[in-house]
Ligand binder design. Structure first.
Ligand code: MIC
Ligand code: SF4
Length: 644
């Protein structure tokens, strides 16, 4: 049988189940990654599973998000993660070594293998031909403990790339084009797979820019074949032994097809406040720009920054523009320094930031009130920059650099020929900031700072669920709305009681108060509820606040899994008009909850209006059992106890 790339990797890793669309399957996980903002919780959960050592081939703990240390909290979390990593067999990438996805691509990703990461942009490693999936912390904890992960067999979408990019058009424009066509909700339940002649014209970092933003499509993951170009990249990283060729068979059958002719693309820009509000840069030419930031896991590779430096060489950025550059890794920054290219960036006026997520997650560089910020990042959700009134536009590094000089959004094609940047034939390899685990775990003491508080765990489902509608929201609510993240809040990722005071406050500043007063209740939302980040805090905090169920028109994949993992019921309206019917403060009731959850269709009574709605519980049998037991941790422990 002719197979696609994803089918081949899934087939090789299948532990149980059948590769039939929509069926739940269990796959083995070769590698995991965590970052610090989700990692502290993931390792607390891992510890709660009571395992001696990780079961994966390689697990890596990165410190890249919470690097602004304005009190002891972040540094305490780093120390906790460092000691846990050493004890349980996990490699530890120190702060300063770079953004997890960039470093993983450089140093660890292996074609044909599986990777589960507690960060939604884990698909970045798909640029290397790896099946790389983002998940909540507890899923990654279980994958470390057991070496396995459940997925629902996704639809596989063939993205046929034909033609070649024109000068000044970049990989970022390919994924922005796809976002324009597919939208932020269009990728749910799908794996995107790039094939076609156009693939050969893209380097591994360019492919990774595309797969990185698979997260913005809501996709399960995004993957490229591994070929000669992959081999050359691995060789340049002194890792040619990790090469494994993988490509789709001729005649492989896909569930959907999309074709993009690269030669038709032009520089694109995603407008505020969604990565799919994409228009040509040429249509917004002249928009005054106050801030430009180049970096993030999407566009911070060495080749990206060399291109930027060449554009900025001998130029000065516009008087009213603040330009910041955050290289993706220590490797990138050291090479820019060694080659002298860093000087062009500094001389032009760029503020060089450490190799970390930084402004992408609101860790500094928040723009001024009502300003326009141009970023090479992947997300431009309202308020994510730390400035609610700012308008963030997403562009390629080329558009960003040219616009920083001009002071207004510029189409780089107006400049004539672009600088020629050759693909790197060798990278500067020095893994001195990657600390291997200890061979003797007993020697290692785990150090937990005072800000690390116990996390809430769900209780087994009761037979009657009753409460008030605490909030009713529109479509496309992001996890940045549910559990905002900023330099002020990120240090509390291991302190759920503190974070609970900010839950859903961008939508209703009184939500935490209402939830606490009512001892929980129901949340109502529109389409694609919970898009964006993998942060399980967007479920742990509602659990802490007593939320029993979320009623939505549809859910984003990772957030739905996080709700279920924490015993919160994700219900979808069978009749979408019922959403219009329900009002805030209506009193809702689910009777015989346990048997209704087992059956998967739920009758929800609106006691205030005297009506009954039909709700769908679109989750697997195993997940229904999880809800009944009060979450994944309870279910895993129960199964382990049954074995003993
Ligand atoms: C993000 O880009 O939103 C983050 C911050 O990397 C998140 C993880 C988190 O919230 O810690 C993600 O993408 O999963
Ligand atoms: Fe970090 Fe931004 Fe990438 Fe998230 S999207 S991992 S915050 S750089």
């Amino acid at each position: 049988m002719q197979l696609t790339i994803a089918q081949k990797i899934i087939g090789e890793h299948l532990v149980s189940g059948k590769m039939i669309l929509g069926e739940e399957i269990l796959i083995s996980i070769d590698q995991t990654l965590t970052q610090d903002a989700t990692g502290t919780m993931a390792y607390l959960e891992f510890e709660a599973l009571g395992v001696d050592r990780v079961k994966t081939k390689k697990s890596v703990a990165y410190i890249d998000h919470n690097t602004l240390q304005t009190g002891p909290e972040n540094a305490d979390d780093h120390l906790y993660i460092q000691t846990v990593a050493k004890k349980y067999g996990i490699y530890y990438s120190k702060p300063g070594n770079g953004i997890c996805h960039q470093v993983h691509l450089e140093r660890f990703a292996i074609p044909g293998q599986t990777l589960l990461g507690s960060d939604s942009h884990t698909p970045t490693a798909g640029g290397m031909g790896m099946l790389a999936i983002g998940a909540g912390g507890i899923d990654v904890a279980v994958a470390m403990a057991k070496g396995e992960y459940y997925i629902t067999m996704p639809r596989i979408v063939k993205v046929n790339l034909i033609g070649k990019l024109n000068p000044w058009v970049s990989a970022k424009d390919i994924i922005l084009e796809l976002l324009k066509r597919v939208t932020v909700k269009g990728g749910v339940g799908k794996i995107f797979e790039c094939v076609g002649k156009g693939v050969k014209s893209l380097t591994v970092p360019q492919r990774a820019t595309i797969t990185n933003m698979g997260a913005e499509l809501g996709a399960t993951t995004f993957i490229f074949p591994s070929d000669k170009i992959t081999f050359n990249f691995l060789k340049a990283q002194k890792r040619e032994k990790d090469f494994f060729e993988i490509k789709a068979d001729d005649g492989a059958i896909y569930d959907e097809k999309i074709e993009i002719d690269l030669s038709y693309l032009e520089p694109l820009v995603a407008c505020p406040h969604s990565p799919d509000k994409v228009v040509p840069v040429s249509s917004l030419k002249g928009l005054k720009v106050n801030q430009v930031i180049i970096g993030s896991c999407t566009n911070s590779s060495y080749d990206d920054l060399v291109r930027v430096a060449r554009i900025l060489e001998d130029k000065t950025i516009a008087e009213h523009v603040s330009l910041a550059v955050a290289p993706g890794s220590k490797q990138v920054l050291s090479m820019l320094a060694q080659n002298g290219i860093l000087a062009s960036l500094i001389t032009s006026g760029a503020r060089i930031l450490e190799c970390a997520c930084g402004p992408c997650i609101g860790m500094g560089q928040s723009p001024s009130t009502n300003s326009v910020s141009l970023r090479t990042f992947n997300r431009n959700f309202e308020g994510r920059s730390g400035t609610f009134s700012a308008k963030v536009y997403l562009v390629s590094p080329e558009v960003a650099a040219v616009s920083a000089i001009n002071g207004y959004l510029s189409d780089p094609r107006d400049l004539g020929n672009p600088p020629i940047v050759k693909e790197s034939e060798s990278f500067f390899v020095n893994d001195n900031l990657i600390i291997p685990p200890d061979d003797n775990p007993d020697k290692v003491e785990i150090i937990k700072g005072p800000n690390i508080k116990p996390f809430p765990t769900g209780k087994p489902l009761s037979s009657k669920i009753q409460g008030e509608v605490l909030i009713k929201m529109k479509d496309n609510i992001t996890t940045d709305h549910i559990m905002p993240s900023s330099a002020k809040l990120l240090p509390y990722r291991s302190n759920i009681p503190y974070l609970s005071n900010y839950c859903l406050t961008p939508c209703d500043k009184d939500f935490p108060k209402k939830a606490k007063k009512n001892k929980g209740g129901f949340i109502i939302a529109g389409i694609n509820y919970g898009q964006g980040s993998s942060r399980e805090h967007a479920a742990l905090v509602p659990l802490y606040l007593g939320i029993k169920a979320v009623l939505a028109k549809s859910f984003a994949r990772i957030h739905q899994a996080n709700l279920v993992n924490n015993g919160i019921i994700p219900l979808v309206f069978e009749n979408l008009e019922d959403y219009d019917d329900i009002e805030e403060i209506d009193e809702l009731l689910i009777e015989n909850a346990i048997s209704q959850v087992k059956n998967g269709t739920i009758k929800l009574k609106n006691l205030t209006q005297g009506k009954t709605y039909k709700m769908i519980l679109d989750i697997t049998l195993r997940q229904r059992e999880m809800i009944i037991q009060g979450g994944l941790l309870n279910l895993t422990r129960l199964k382990e106890n049954a074995k003993e």
